[in-house]
Design a protein. Structure first.
Ligand code: AHR
Length: 504
């Protein structure tokens, strides 16, 4: 049985430009993300810095823009200057966030060389948990100032005379979370964020700053946190962060597939709060959202439990979730939500990039492989171009335990005025039924379908593994047809699809 949905597209209905920073990711000193992830000096493809070439190749194929670094919870106890200079004299430190030992083999200079190799933009997070204004100024001087003063000269001594000129900086991480080292009340954090931001701007007025928002829409302080924090620091920051992780609980696939309902709610609530602070403070600029941690993450599984007691390992296996086809459909749906909201979500980071809740997995010294979530991310990043369109959607609805009645279809489209290309991204959130989709494209003139792919499987719980990474891949969708400006296509249950059209 198949339900019927319709969407109408018009090039005049524009949300805003596709923001390349929507396709950012995250590299934290956590588990095997850095060590034996991006960095594995013994690997056959490693460069002089120890960075794996096979991983960089997949990072390029994934099509990412920014990479947030070095945490995450890790950053709230991090001393960045431990990890500069000769590697053999760097201290080993306890990492309280992940009950691990940080060997400091990779630091800001190595990361910036990896960034250049991977062709991505860095997004640097600073420690506002155990540290404050002075240490933020020190790392900013080290990274962004010309030589002639102490920290900038240290960078030159370490082989980098030219400033890195990092634009994007996160003012701490998840400071609303009681688990965070140096957790603060919104008043305390708002003051520290404002003081740090002001001082950093005195040194480098070209930077863009992200204040910590909520680490989930389920936090008791969600909404009031943003209100208090932004009331303190509105004028000196550019973005407020949002973090959200989703998982299927108790076999409730229907709610899980509708996870983007929560992401949409998260965005609209933070936009409303930021705009209320704007009105009350008589500000003119608007604060944007940096959705700088989002993904599917099964936090209750054994692989997410940090070591305990006297065990403080280097790069333990942690948060190495294996993803299913259904997980990939949810990731595709969350990207649809981020694009739909791209007038206010101007940066985002899939958390994380390698091994840790990641689209790319590695064996230490061995193979690299793609998780299911790699495909919707790579295809969306490679093909969303030009402007995001506002869709008129008429979808059947179904009940979910968590979100009540939801649209079965979720979709977004982009239009590249220069090439005339139109690209539709759609998921069928039904766990049982296929969906027939009609798309009215009359406003675009004469179009032809150039590509139609669907990612789905009879068993939505199929997972890729190092032994079998690719027996389920995105497939050509042969049901697609276009006549008289109307496109029709069948979307299987639990599926993600991309349909591309160009001027005929
Ligand atoms: O991405 C994993 C962790 O999730 C990050 O360290 C933290 O910021 C969030 O709680």
């Amino acid at each position: 049985m198949s339900d019927q949905a319709t969407i109408t597209l018009d090039p005049a209905f524009v949300v805003g430009p596709v923001q390349r920073r929507t396709f950012g990711t995250f590299v934290e000193h956590l588990g095997r993300c850095v060590y034996s992830g991006i960095h594995d000096p013994g690997h056959s493809t490693a460069d002089a810095d120890g960075f794996r070439g096979d991983v960089v190749d997949l990072v390029k194929e994934l099509g990412i823009s920014t990479v947030r670094y070095p945490g995450g919870n890790f950053v709230s106890g991090y001393r960045w200057e431990d990890a500069i200079g000769p590697v053999e004299s760097r201290p080993r430190r306890l990492d309280l966030a992940w009950h691990s030992t940080e060997p400091n083999l990779v630091g800001v200079d190595e990361f910036m060389r990896w960034v250049a190799k991977a062709g991505v933009e860095p997004m640097m997070a600073i420690n506002l948990g155990t540290r404050g204004v002075q240490e933020a100024l020190d790392i900013l001087e080290y990274c962004n100032m010309p030589t002639g003063t102490y920290w900038a000269d240290k960078r030159a001594e370490n082989g980098h005379p030219e400033p890195y000129k990092i634009r994007l900086w996160c003012l701490g991480n998840e400071m609303d979370g009681p688990w965070q080292t140096g957790h603060k009340t919104p008043e305390e954090y708002g003051r520290v964020a404002a003081e740090t931001a002001r001082a950093m701007r005195q040194m480098d007025p070209d930077i863009e700053l992200v204040a910590c928002g909520s680490s989930g829409s389920g936090m008791d302080t969600f909404g009031s946190w943003e209100h208090t924090v932004l009331s303190e620091c509105y004028e000196v920051v550019d973005h407020v962060s949002a973090h959200a992780y989703y998982a299927e609980h108790d076999g409730d696939l229907a709610s899980f597939l509708a996870s983007a309902v929560d992401m949409d709610h998260f965005v609209s609530s933070v936009v409303a709060t930021a705009d209320a602070v704007r009105a009350a403070g008589k500000h003119t600029k608007r604060i944007m959202i940096s959705f700088d941690e989002w993904n599917v993450w099964y936090q209750d599984r054994a692989e997410s439990q940090p070591p305990e007691g006297d065990d403080w390992p280097v790069a333990p296996v942690l948060l190495e979730d294996k993803y299913s086809v259904a997980d990939a459909v949810v990731v595709g749906g969350l990207l649809i939500s981020l694009l739909r909201n791209s007038d206010r979500v101007q940066a985002a980071s899939l958390a994380q990039l390698v091994n840790v809740i990641a689209p790319i997995m590695t064996e230490p010294g061995g193979r690299v492989w793609k998780q299911t979530t790699f495909y919707p991310f790579a295809l969306t990043s490679q093909n969303a171009k030009g402007e995001v369109l506002r869709l008129a959607v008429d979808s059947p609805k179904h009940e979910t335990k968590k979100y009540g009645e939801v649209d079965t279809l979720d979709a977004v489209a982009t239009h590249d005025k220069e090439t005339g290309e139109v690209t539709i991204f759609a998921i069928n959130r039904s766990a049982e039924n296929a969906l027939s989709l009609d798309v009215a494209l009359h406003a675009f003139g004469d179009l032809a379908v150039t590509e139609a792919v669907t990612y789905a499987n009879d068993d939505p719980y199929w997972q890729a593994s190092v032994e079998d990474p690719d027996s389920v891949l995105p497939q050509e969708n042969t049901s697609v047809a276009l006549a008289d400006g109307k496109l029709t296509v069948e979307l299987p249950a639990v599926s993600w699809s991309m349909i591309k059209l160009a001027q005929a």
